[in-house]
Unconditional design. Structure first.
Lengths: 365, 317
């Protein structure tokens, strides 16, 4: 009953959402010479996480390109058929470029991209592309590795908790990179993973963090969309590692550092390319080097030694002399996945389905 | 082991508190013959308004009062639509949820300081913290009962009072009569419409306190959609407790405790799949429904009020 009602609700909610998205007035006012860009968001910019950072990127486009572009966005779009309607509607209204910022928008976008060959489509975090549809994402695992170095140094119980959404490659990659960072500075430490099976549920995320804290972890890391796990750790007087956005500025100094997204540079670049006619379909996977992911400012609780270590490791990754999943990498059972001297290729990384040694938890649930 | 069980019980009670408030509220509403599906929306508005109040005034009691006020307002709308206008109660309730969800989101963006660009979200205010009762809170296991926040202690009192009022007083009898057979109740001289209004509003008030418990005590602060579907769970809980306030606690503990338990099992590295545990409360609800129907076949009255969701009009057969 609950699910059926929720679906019904989602549909009903979408009716007004669609009429807003209709925004005919806005389209007329925008004029024909402006380059019109639309963003489709999964949640609200107020989540202080995933959508918040995409919204920051959109605002950077506005700031950089000013009168030459007009941008709009629609929030709270569920993945699935509703997303298709909304993306199609933007294309029909004459938007020149459409960004879809969640994995589940991929298949509808592929379909619609074929119907509107003159519109540029950009999809975040997927793998399908076409003539006029590009895919883009960031190597968050690199920033997560750096945050693992910080956590590994700070833990006193040698047990770190990780509140994670779903066991999909993106999340597994993050947990693994984080754990590799932790173990580099603290080989004794372990990382306990708890799956919430939701991207966004403030109360559930908090409950998962509390369960981990009760089991003896003294630092909480997370792959979720709200700051609740961080707040739970702070209330116990314990530390945490943020994610998505600079959570330290929302919660406090107990958040040592946050691996953050920074879409602005990529957005400006690709919008400019489309405006100049130099845009071509691409699969973009930028990392620390390109500035799509980075670490936020450190909390005052992080020592200079640790900051120096992080800077040195970051330099190696940026210069390309080393990356996180270069051998030797072992899985939970001690099997060697990447031999010493070998490198894991992007394809394997994008389809990652195992957890590395040192993680307590299951890759599937 | 005892320490672990105590901590599970403590968090289960904390998680269950908002569910118990809302369940008892909805039981009262439904017992009068009114189905209110607006719970999710009412809880959200209660949560956002109480957090905004506490953020600006620092007064927790005022915050709870404001939440109750929003509960009164929203349930009055539902009462007006479904009792006076005799609208379809499902549609009216759903529209309260839709309205409440949007309105709470709107309030979250309007009541907060605009300068930070994120309004009320992520701000920190006063909150209800657990108060350990000296002595009692040290008892193994049961000590968990006595290390809770004020709203949870109040709910301990509300459960027996709600049961006593419903089953042992004349007003409670009238309430049940109106929900079972409004024609007869009317003939007995009970004002059906007034009774329904009264208990729809009392129910709405309790539901809103449930929302306030989330933003003031359990997950202090406001974030979008903080209830995460708890309003819908309550509708299952009402069925699970067979419209009896004294049973509300078991369902709330089951639904509230499942996350506490399954996350702890995961953290300890068990092999029981999380999805199996997540399913259990719903399975229990289905079993409760089956048992209920079975008992009713033997002529025992345990289930839904007979006139639930049926508008009443004098002279109608």
């Amino acid at each position: 009953m609950k699910k059926g009602l929720l679906v019904l609700l989602a549909l009903l909610v979408l009716i007004p959402a669609l009429t807003f998205a209709g925004g005919d007035k806005e389209a007329e006012a925008a004029g024909d010479d402006e380059f019109k860009v639309a963003f489709v968001y999964l949640s609200l910019p107020g989540d202080l996480g995933w959508t918040y950072e995409h919204e920051a990127g959109r605002q950077m486009i506005e700031a950089e390109l000013g009168d030459k572009v007009s941008t709009t966005y629609i929030e709270n779009v569920p993945e699935g058929p509703d997303a298709a309607r909304i993306i199609r509607q933007y294309a029909q209204q004459g938007y020149d470029m459409i960004f879809a910022t969640s994995f589940g928008y991929m298949d509808p976008m592929v379909e619609i991209a074929a119907e509107f060959p003159d519109v540029y489509f950009e999809h975040c975090s997927g793998y399908k592309m076409s003539e006029n549809m590009a895919t883009y994402f960031g190597r968050m695992y690199q920033a997560r590795y750096l945050s693992g170095l910080v956590a590994g140094n700070a833990t006193k119980t040698n047990t770190i908790g990780y509140v994670a959404a779903f066991p999909i490659p993106e999340v597994l990659r993050g947990i693994n990179a984080f754990t590799i960072g932790v173990k580099k500075v603290n080989p004794e430490a372990i990382v306990k993973v708890v799956w919430t099976n939701t991207w966004y549920d403030p109360v559930k995320e908090r409950e998962a963090a509390v369960a981990l804290l009760d089991s003896g972890v003294d630092i909480i890391a997370q792959h979720q969309d709200t700051t609740e796990p961080q707040k739970a750790a702070e209330e116990r007087g314990l530390l945490s590692i943020g994610y998505d956005s600079d959570m330290g500025s929302f919660v406090g100094d107990s958040i040592l550092v946050s691996p953050v997204w920074q879409w602005g540079n990529y957005y400006i670049e690709t919008v400019k390319a489309a405006m100049n006619g130099t845009w071509s379909s691409h699969s973009y996977w930028g990392g620390l080097k390109e500035g799509v992911v980075k670490l936020s400012d450190f909390s005052p609780l992080v020592s200079e030694d640790v900051k120096d270590l992080v800077a040195a490791e970051e330099k190696k990754i940026v210069e390309g002399t080393w990356d996180v999943f270069w051998g030797e990498v072992k899985d939970q059972d001690g099997n060697i996945v990447v031999a010493a001297g070998d490198k894991m290729d992007d394809g394997t990384m994008l389809g990652m389905g195992f957890l590395v040694e040192g993680v307590i938890g299951k890759a599937g649930n | 082991m005892i320490v672990l069980l105590t901590s599970i019980l403590a968090i289960t009670l904390r998680a269950g508190t908002s569910l118990i408030y809302a369940t008892i509220g909805e039981i009262y509403t439904e017992r009068s013959g009114v189905l209110n599906l607006g719970l999710e929306g009412m809880m959200l508005v209660g949560a956002v308004s109480s957090f905004a109040t506490v953020y600006y005034t620092g007064s927790l009691s005022l915050a709870v009062f404001v939440a109750m006020l929003t509960g009164v307002l929203l349930s009055s709308i539902h009462a007006f639509l479904s009792i006076t206008m005799r609208a379809n109660q499902v549609v009216s309730g759903l529209s309260i949820t839709l309205f409440g969800t949007g309105f709470a989101s709107f309030l979250g963006q309007r009541l907060g300081p605009e300068s930070n660009g994120r309004y009320l979200i992520g701000l920190i205010g006063e909150k209800f913290t657990p108060i350990a009762i000296p002595g009692l809170s040290k008892i193994p296991l049961l000590g968990a009962l006595f290390n809770q926040d004020l709203l949870t202690y109040i709910v301990y009192l509300i459960i027996p009072i709600a049961w006593f009022y419903m089953f042992k007083t004349k007003n409670g009898l009238n309430l049940r009569a109106v929900g079972e057979n409004p024609q007869t109740a009317d003939a007995m001289g009970i004002d059906v419409l007034k009774t329904r209004y009264l208990y729809t509003i009392i129910g709405g008030t309790l539901v809103a306190i449930g929302g306030a418990h989330l933003s003031l005590a359990y997950a202090p602060g406001w974030s979008e959609n903080i209830t995460g579907g708890r309003g819908w769970i309550v509708i299952a809980l009402v069925i699970f407790s067979m419209w009896n306030p004294s049973r509300a606690i078991w369902g709330a503990l089951l639904f509230g405790g499942i996350n506490a338990v399954q996350f702890r099992l995961q953290a300890s590295g068990t092999n029981i799949p999380a999805s199996f545990l997540n399913m259990l409360p719903y399975l229990a609800t289905i079993i409760a429904l089956v048992v209920m129907t079975w008992l009713e076949n033997f002529g025992k009255k345990v289930g839904a009020p007979a006139a639930l969701a049926t508008p009443y009009m004098r002279g109608e057969k």
